[in-house]
Design a protein around this ligand. Sequence first.
Ligand code: GSH
Length: 261
Amino acid sequence: MSSPVLRVFSYLPNPRVWKALIAADYLGVTVEVIGDKPKNLGNWLWDFDARELQAEEKTSDSPHARVSRRGFSGALYKTDAFMLAQPYGTVPAAFSPDGTVGIFESNSILRAVARSAEAEHSLYGRNSLEASRVDSFLDATLVFGREAQVYLLGIDALSQELHQRMAGAFEFYVQGVENALTNHEFVAGDELTIADIAFVCDVSQFLRERLLSSALEAQSLSMVSRGADQVFPRTFAHLFSLIEKPQFHKYLGDYTKHLKG
Ligand SMILES: N[C@@H](CCC(=O)N[C@@H](CS)C(=O)NCC(=O)O)C(=O)O
């Protein structure tokens, strides 16, 4: 196995981490992943050298104790070095192999993997203009992903406004992908790029709402993605065909099994 191009710390499984792993598989590079189930990450020291904490280290006066911000509750234990490398304090948190450079935001971690490959490849476009078009989609995907994060984390007690925001964000993002696929086989052009990888991972994560439909029903709210396969046929055909590719299926196969029913 080649030496890792990045080390990633995260809760696992995490579709945001799969972005980097799918790209790494395409490129034949290695990404080292360290982590644990979401509920266990409060028992970890968040650091380049992340490790499980002993019970006696988890005290409120620990120098590492910090109030969690998004997707976690209670205290998380993050070192000062972690916070310097990862100023938003989030996971997935990637590091250069020597730990000196922190890279955050899953789309940027994905970019870092694409940039790490020495051999010529098309994953990040074939020139700077194509790379910029890929970036355009990655940015659009992040905007969508942020709305989806707020929506999914709050799905047990949504306001009408939040539900509508999600519906608008989904429609806006997916309509753009649908338009882009009118005359191209892939999201950013005629070849597979990291824009397709981010698209598949973030949309698959959002489509977990289908597993949470009872929470929506309890609030008399509709499923945002209901019928979307018909409204955005190219987008969903692209999603399903990419999920079947071995590099994607390895990570997303089980996770998206519910979409086939
Ligand atoms: N847009 C970011 C989302 C990262 C994020 O918000 N991570 C949350 C967990 S879902 C986190 O690390 N929260 C840490 C905290 O609550 O302190 C990405 O794609 O990497």
